[in-house]
Design a protein around this ligand. Structure first.
Ligand code: SF4
Ligand code: MG
Length: 292
């Protein structure tokens, strides 16, 4: 049988995301990646909840189930238990996965079934037109926070680590090659995997991740985590904790080991705590943690 192509995983359904939505790049990255694992479309199933991300299964030529708000983990769990041979992918957003579905997601992660979870995080409610979501940062202006959000945002990486996930990673919609590597690593991992994907919503939260995406700034603002490699970034190959000038507060990572060890959950928690956005420091992207 000849190798499948990207278009073999696409459907004829009209894609209904807004022009420029980051979801397009994530969808394309997935459709490009799947031929690499050698499974047939009928050996794969995509399950989603409600929100813009919930439309994902319509566009995948695989089995799919667009379920109800926050309940995709229960459906994905049932599918995996009854049909363990299927490759099960769950797609949720920050609202779907971390608000109404937070309990479902937590238990799905701690059960450690072999389900690959993509959490598309645009830090806003897109489908319902621009309210603050659980991941909206403090100060973010939305329709429900006209003076800026005052609540601590949920950190999906820390949430997943605390829930007992055995694979936790973060990627970016605008870096499909890196995303494909994360998809592959999650697929190979036999247990619950969560990949948080920063996803731009040009309608309600445009440019939230621009510093990590723009050619002008990304070298200085992104640190790619590679297991066993030094955690360095930028043209000067600086260590991660040497990013801030002396007037900045002491970084909690000052004493962080300089080499990434994806099996070290303490290090993963430290990296997840890294206050990059506030201090202009680099954002770690890649596999934060894998229990191997
Ligand atoms: Fe994408 Fe935002 Fe439009 Fe939803 S509202 S489809 S997240 S651009
Ligand atoms: Mg959202």
């Amino acid at each position: 049988m000849s190798k499948l192509k990207k278009q073999d995983f696409a459907t004829d359904n009209e894609v209904k995301w807004c022009p420029g939505c980051g979801d397009y790049a994530i969808l394309a990255a997935m459709q490009r990646f799947l031929p690499e694992i050698g499974l047939q479309p009928e050996q794969i199933v995509f399950v989603s909840g409600i929100g813009c991300a919930g439309r994902f299964p319509y566009y995948m030529n695989t089995f799919g189930f667009h379920t109800i708000h926050g309940r995709a983990p229960a459906v994905a769990t049932g599918i995996k238990l009854m049909r363990p041979e299927l490759s099960v992918w769950l797609v949720c957003g920050d609202g779907d996965g971390l608000s109404i579905g937070a309990g479902q997601l937590l238990h799905c992660l701690r059960r450690d079934l072999d389900i690959n979870i993509l959490l598309l995080n645009n830090q806003v409610y897109g489908l319902t037109k621009g309210q603050a979501s659980p991941t909206s940062p403090i100060g973010q202006t939305t329709k429900t926070t006209p003076d800026g959000s005052v609540e601590q945002p949920v950190n999906p990486i820390k949430f997943a680590l605390a829930a007992g996930a055995t694979f936790v990673a973060r990627g970016l919609d605008k870096d499909p090659k890196h995303l494909a590597r994360l998809f592959e690593a999650a697929y190979q991992h036999k247990g619950s995997s969560l990949i948080e994907i920063y996803q731009n919503c040009p309608i309600f939260n445009d440019g939230a991740f621009a510093a990590y995406e723009s050619k002008a700034t990304r070298d200085q603002r992104v640190l790619f985590l590679e297991d066993g490699q030094k955690m360095q970034f930028g043209s000067q190959q600086e260590p991660i904790y040497a990013t801030l000038n002396s007037e900045q507060p002491v970084s909690p990572l000052e004493h962080l080991a300089s080499t990434h060890d994806k099996a070290n959950i303490q290090q993963a928690n430290q990296l997840a705590d890294w206050p990059n956005a506030d201090l202009g420091a680099p954002l770690p992207l890649g596999v934060y943690y894998q229990n191997i």
